[in-house]
Ligand binder design. Structure first.
Ligand SMILES: [Cu+2]
Length: 151
């Protein structure tokens, strides 16, 4: 009985999950500009001495969750699905950022409002799974751009 309780607490506590697998997720946020789709961004830091590969993401917040990137096709930047996952080399970090790699949520189970959190489970294959809470923040400025739109 006691053991089960401790296990449940470990699962619920983000601090415990972060401490033991050598993967750190920070600056997670979500943008959603229509009621059906959203995109999640974050920085993944791999503190292990082996490469980890983000192979997939799941969430109850949407019917379909895919890893996307942007690539130039015939001179136009387009989103496309990432095949084979996203490698995070040992001892380095990788940013999922606007205009680049991102987590795409399609078919939102309910529209998201500012401040809502989306629970994501990142699957790093052999490096394990990692829960992340990403908050909806449509006003968040892109890195190195100071512009704050609206209001
Ligand atoms: Cu996308």
């Amino acid at each position: 009985m006691i053991r089960m309780t401790l296990a449940a607490l470990a699962v619920l506590s983000p601090a415990a999950a972060l401490a033991d697998d050598g993967l750190m997720i920070r600056d997670a946020y979500v943008r959603s500009t229509n009621p059906k789709t959203a995109a999640a961004f974050m920085v993944v830091e791999n503190q292990q001495d082996a490469e980890c590969r983000l192979t997939g993401v799941s969430s109850d917040a949407a019917e379909v969750v895919e890893l996307h990137t942007h690539a130039e096709v015939d001179g136009v930047m387009k989103m496309q699905k990432v095949e084979g996952g996203i490698a995070i080399p040992a001892g380095s970090e990788h940013a999922l950022a606007r205009g680049g790699d991102h987590v795409m949520l399609m078919g939102l189970t309910k529209p998201l409002a500012e401040g809502d959190t989306v629970a994501l489970t990142l699957d790093f294959g052999d490096c394990g799974t990692h829960p992340v809470e990403a908050v909806l923040d449509n006003d968040r400025a892109e890195e190195s751009h100071g512009g704050h739109q609206g209001h």
